[in-house]
Design a protein around this ligand. Structure first.
Ligand code: ATP
Length: 198
């Protein structure tokens, strides 16, 4: 049975925390493929003024994919349009990949809010969750939420045991020197070339 890792995000821009999370998940769970899927309209946050366009986020996600063996950037959510609900994406990937096991990769910040997403029961039914620490706090709250998701929706949760790399796209967009240090050089070069963020 082939194993497909899926990482959704706004990727505005992709940063070393995304790369680290994806690499750790690949190493722990041995995916045959890893799909990086930029969202069209994120359901849970407002895109700030001065954000990269969809095309620019897609191009930066392509550059991120080149850094991780087996990874590919997918425009599935951009093409579908509208708000990007993970449940819709997983339904589509289930139909397109019969007999594959899907793993949805997320940071612990997302695990803590998963019960508020659209159709969390569908997400838990269609994919196992590969969860990466985003900071070192909240361990008790995360363990409690994982247990609750398992009891409530039979979520299969793979906690990936690795040190956190605490960085966010928000921090990267706000400070050019953080951006230079925390974004892969191929993506930083694109940000500079396109005159993004600063
Ligand atoms: P923003 O600051 O704009 O809200 P973000 O840095 O949270 O963005 P997203 O593209 O929204 O990045 O995140 C996509 C996915 O990557 C989410 O599952 C998120 O938890 C995970 N992720 C982002 N940064 C990290 C990190 N530093 N460590 C682990 N996972 C991360």
């Amino acid at each position: 049975m082939s194993r497909i890792g899926i990482m959704g995000g706004t990727f505005n821009p992709p940063h070393n925390g995304h790369v680290h999370a994806a690499q750790q998940a690949v190493e722990a769970l041995h995916f045959d493929r890893l799909l990086l899927i930029p969202d069209n309209i994120p359901p849970h946050k407002v895109m700030p003024k001065g954000s990269a366009s969809s095309e620019q986020r897609m191009e930066m996600t392509r550059r991120m994919a080149k850094l991780i063996p087996g990874a590919e950037a997918s425009d599935l959510e951009l093409k579908r349009g509208g708000r990007s609900f993970t449940a819709d994406t997983l339904r589509r990937l289930t139909v397109e990949n019969p007999g594959s096991k899907l793993y949805f990769i997320m940071g612990t910040d997302m695990l803590l809010t998963l019960d508020k997403w659209r159709e969390p029961e569908t997400i838990c039914a269609l994919a196992a969750l590969a969860v990466i620490a985003r900071d070192e706090k909240d361990r008790a709250a995360i363990a409690q939420k994982a247990a609750w998701l398992h009891e409530t929706w039979q979520a299969q949760i793979e906690m990936i045991d690795c040190p956190a790399l605490p960085v966010s796209s928000t921090q990267v967009r706000e400070d050019r020197s953080v951006c230079r240090n925390m974004v892969p050089p191929e993506i930083f070069a694109y940000i500079e070339q396109q005159g993004l963020y600063f």
